[in-house]
Structures are given as structure tokens and as C-alpha cells.
Design a protein around this ligand. Structure first.
Ligand code: ZN
Ligand code: ZN
Length: 233
């Protein structure tokens, strides 16, 4: 059995502080064999994580999550950055590099979701940061499009990386064909809403966006005030 974790962000994303070296150390401690790093709009985090893991037994899959005109598209096994931000061009470019295209969290800010589902190689049917009803719709979409399913933690903090673990029935290595064709078992946990909100704070901080920072802080304070009130009243 090979243990793998997909859809992981590092500090190369605008909403994460995670250092690639921390990721490598934690993945090894958790007994993870393969890690697919997919930062927002850059291969840099995956490449840095791969460099950090060279002297270890951890296999790092170089990936990225591009924000396209129709929503996020993930590419794995990439060698070069893709310049286009048109969804179908991005999917074609991933294919030309011999990569694997994934439609992540299909019911979170995507347009033409059926067309996208029919064009990608795989569909993310569980994302640890997405509402359960949206993940359920993603399961139905993958069945409708007859596409293989994959899961992702969408980890923005270090302690989220094992929220979605896939066990592949193989001794490895984890190639594109193994991901597409080998039997998988999953172990999943949802990320807390608090952590998802904290990523928005990180985004506001890193983008030097005081409006986003203030709005997010107020939302979190207000929600916690309501929770506290319900506890004591
Ligand atoms: Zn995304
Ligand atoms: Zn993501």
C-alpha cells in the first residue's frame, strides 16, 4: 500500500505560510509516501518541496492550481509553467506536457462545470475545506461524466495535510497511470471552518489588503461572540 496526499499549498500561495521543508518533515513523520504540491498559479512551491525531499524517501509530485476564467484547474506531473488562463487551453497544455488535469472542488466558484468535467482527467470529489453537500454534488458529477475520482485536503496549514489520504494498492512508484487506474481507499477528515477563515486572514496579511483583513476579523469575532453567547445564555 502506498499512502499519498494531494492538493497541498505552501507559502508560495498568497494564503499560506507553510514552508516546503516543514511539509517534507511532517509528511515523513506521518508515513506519507507521495505528496502532490499544488500552489496557486505557480510551480515554485512544488519544485522547492521536491528539492527539499531529494535526500529522503518522500516522492513529490510537481503540480499547480491555476485560477482560470472558468475556475480553478489543477495540473500534476508538470515541467513548465502554463501562461494561458483560459480553462480549456490550460487543460490542453497540461495534456501536452504529459500531465494529469484535475477539476478541484467543482461547485466552488466554477462556471460551465459540466464542460470542464468532460474535459479533465479526474474530478476531486472530496475537498476537506468544502461543504459536504458540495462534495456530494461533485461525486454525482464524476459519475455523470464517467471520470475517475480523486480527493484532496486543500491544506493551507501544515496540520491539514493528512485530512485526505489515498491508499493505492501498489508498491509504487506513483505514476500518472497508477493514479488513474489503481484501486484506491480513502481516509478523510473535514478541516474546521476556523482554519478556513484563518487562511483568509493570511491572504489579507500577505496581499496587504486591510479591507479583507478587517472584514475577516470582524466576521470571526462576530461568529465567536454568537457561539459564546449561545453557550452561556
Ligand atoms: Zn481551489
Ligand atoms: Zn487549493
Amino acid at each position: 500500500m502506498l499512502r499519498a496526499a494531494f492538493h497541498i499549498h505552501t507559502h508560495h500561495s498568497y494564503d499560506s505560510f507553510t514552508r516546503p521543508q516543514w511539509l517534507v518533515d511532517r509528511a515523513i513523520r506521518l508515513g506519507i509516501d507521495s505528496l502532490a504540491v499544488t500552489d496557486h498559479d505557480t510551480l515554485a512551491g512544488a519544485l522547492e518541496t521536491k528539492r527539499c525531499a531529494t535526500q529522503t524517501k518522500l516522492n513529490v509530485i510537481v503540480g499547480v492550481e491555476y485560477a482560470t476564467d472558468l475556475g480553478d484547474i489543477i495540473g500534476l506531473f508538470l515541467h513548465e509553467e502554463i501562461q494561458s488562463r483560459h480553462a480549456f487551453e490550460v487543460i490542453d497544455a497540461i495534456r501536452r506536457q504529459g500531465g494529469l488535469s484535475i477539476l478541484p472542488h467543482p461547485f466552488h466558484h466554477h462556471k460551465q462545470v459540466e464542460d470542464l468535467a468532460q474535459n479533465v482527467d479526474m474530478i476531486e470529489v472530496f475537498n476537506a475545506r468544502i461543504r459536504p453537500d458540495r462534495n456530494e454534488k461533485a461525486v454525482a458529477l464524476a459519475a455523470w461524466a464517467k471520470k475517475p475520482a480523486i480527493i484532496g485536503s486543500d491544506a493551507h496549514f501544515l496540520n491539514e495535510i493528512d485530512n485526505a489520504i489515498i491508499y493505492f494498492d501498489t508498491s509504487g512508484p506513483l505514476t500518472k497511470d497508477v493514479i488513474l487506474q489503481t484501486a484506491q481507499q480513502w481516509k478523510v477528515t473535514y478541516t474546521s471552518v476556523f482554519k478556513t477563515q484563518c487562511s483568509q486572514l493570511v491572504k489579507g496579511f500577505k496581499k496587504r489588503d486591510p479591507i479583507l483583513l478587517r472584514r475577516q476579523l470582524y466576521t470571526m469575532l462576530a461568529e465567536n461572540a454568537i457561539k459564546l453567547k449561545n453557550k452561556f445564555v
